[in-house]
Design a protein around this ligand. Structure first.
Ligand code: NAD
Length: 481
């Protein structure tokens, strides 16, 4: 922690002062980046801004390290430990980057413009703004999938944004406090202490694991009168949880959940949601009602409205409802200058943070080449216009220009998948272990923790996350609302 703090102070002192950054240059092309998630942030981090004017538009002015979000819901980590302001990244750039906290509402691929609006509660006088782009980096992610099931949006909590984790934490503690209220009827205690997670993908599984840890480590200590009444149920429509993982890892997860008394209802589909219960249908098509206190909805993602609108503007090229279609160079089909990456696209890869992050790096490298090419073209025009130009010099620039014009297609390199399943156990699907590595105890936990710590973007976040882990080890989780 001390080492990281020292490194952080050093890095902070090295930061570029906004006054030292190059100003906008009307002669340079404008790159508009939509989003501040994995794809957009990894692009921004790796982009050389010298040859571009860059504008970032996103409804949240920070990057959220989503793999650790489940830990925020039970107070293992503090919310601010896993976010990084977008301006922390942009202020290290050569040229000033404009960052607008706003929601993009429309993209016109013909006129090459983006329209966005400030949607914050305190709205200024500026309404909706439309700006032109030369290149658009479209990384808006996606939204929660509800399949149109009645009551989900009104009564369930999602697990996507930082505000979702906060809402879950408040609701969870509300349920526990109300269950512990004097003379609470027994049936009501059972309902309030029943936490249901819908969706057995990695999000649902990790959340159920974190919730279990909270019960074992803290609830028993702080709320002994109701702790034994807590029940966790994970509902999954398919025959097993974690369909993307290997059979061995699925079995390991299911047996760990059994030991941890997490009920897993597979082949069970939630059909309807009310404020106090879910209606489920099992494999025999029988329906029943299950009361709950807290309902967490983790059934995957779907395209945002702005993405669906963009698709309808290009019906011949954009034929996939799942997301935007792109070519091998991440250029959106049917457009010129729009590059799409991350969860808003429909590619052969799973919509994961790892894929989006590698796509961001790839695009930043592509833009370096575009910038270099623009620079060389200017150099070549100057040389050709000059009466003293030497032929060898012109030839050398032409060679460099040819090199900068070559671009290799995007290639994804899978580094493995990790999921924390509770009680200090993690599963890992690692290519170098032949796709199977499941382990419990200190070693797995250490591996999971070190993998996430090394993926966190900044020294500041690493320091904060490690300090939170140490704090919980020493004092337990904070159970105040
Ligand atoms: P997911 O799409 O992976 O899983 C959703 C699950 O919900 C599916 O198994 C589906 O069968 C089930 N479901 C859908 N409707 C249902 C219903 N009405 N009733 C019961 N079950 C229902 O979603 P996710 O877990 O949010 O993950 C999204 C993406 O993010 C995936 O690509 C995933 O790999 C990635 N991710 C990875 C990690 C990790 O590697 N640790 C963590 C989180 C997310």
């Amino acid at each position: 922690v001390l080492g990281s703090t020292g490194a952080f102070l050093y890095v902070t002192r090295q930061a570029t002062h906004p006054g030292d950054q190059l100003p906008d240059d009307p002669a340079k092309p404008t790159v508009v980046v939509l989003g501040s998630g994995w794809g957009a942030t990894s692009f921004l981090k790796n982009l050389d801004t010298e040859e571009f004017n860059v504008v970032v538009v996103s409804p949240r002015n920070y990057f959220l390290f989503t793999p650790l979000l489940p830990s925020v819901t039970v107070g293992t980590l503090e919310p601010r430990s896993i976010i990084q302001p977008t301006r922390y990244i942009t202020r290290h750039k050569k040229r000033r980057v404009a960052v607008y906290e706003a929601e993009a509402q429309d993209v016109d691929p013909i006129k090459k413009t983006v329209t966005f609006q400030d949607l914050s509660d305190i709205r200024g006088a500026a309404g909706s703004v439309t700006i032109p782009y030369d290149y658009l980096v479209y990384a808006v992610g996606c939204e929660n999938q509800t399949f149109g099931i009645k009551g989900v949006t009104e009564h369930a909590c999602f697990l996507k944004e930082l505000s979702d984790a906060d809402k879950i934490r408040t609701k969870l503690l509300d349920c526990i406090e109300t269950a512990a209220f004097k003379d609470q009827p027994e049936a009501e205690v059972d309902r309030l202490m029943h936490m249901i997670v819908v969706g057995g993908g990695p999000t649902g599984v990790e959340y159920a694991g974190e919730l279990h840890d909270f019960l074992i480590d803290d609830l028993k200590k702080w709320y002994p009168e109701v702790a034994d009444r807590l029940r966790i149920t994970l509902i999954e429509a398919l025959p097993n949880v974690l369909p993307a993982f290997s059979k061995q890892l699925i079995q390991y997860t299911e047996s760990t959940f059994k030991e941890n008394k997490i009920d897993v209802l597979t082949r069970t589909m939630v059909k309807d949601v009310t404020d106090k219960s879910v209606i489920v249908q099992d494999a025999n098509k029988e329906t029943r009602e299950i009361p709950y206190g807290l309902l967490v909805w983790a059934t995957g993602n779907t395209s945002r409205q702005i993405t669906r609108n963009l698709m309808t503007k290009l019906p011949a090229a954009q034929t996939q409802r799942r997301g935007l279609l792109v070519d091998d160079y991440l250029c959106m089909l049917g457009t010129q200058g729009i590059y799409a990456l991350g969860d808003c696209t429909a590619t052969q890869y799973a919509p994961t943070a790892q894929v989006a992050s590698q796509e961001g790096i790839y695009l930043a490298q592509m833009f370096s080449k575009i910038g270099q090419k623009n620079k060389l073209e200017r150099q070549l025009a100057e040389l050709r216009a000059s009466p003293n130009a030497v032929a060898e010099e012109v030839e050398a620039v032409v060679k460099k220009l040819n090199r900068a014009s070559k671009q290799t297609p995007f290639h994804y390199s899978h580094q493995g998948s990790l999921a924390y399943i509770g009680s200090e156990k993690a599963i890992a699907d690692l290519p170098f272990f032949n796709g199977n590595f499941a382990s419990g105890g200190g070693a797995a936990m250490l591996f999971w923790r070190s993998a996430y710590i090394s993926t966190l973007y900044s020294v500041r976040n690493r320091t904060l996350v490690m300090a939170d882990w140490a704090k919980v080890k020493l004092f337990g989780r904070d159970v105040s609302r």
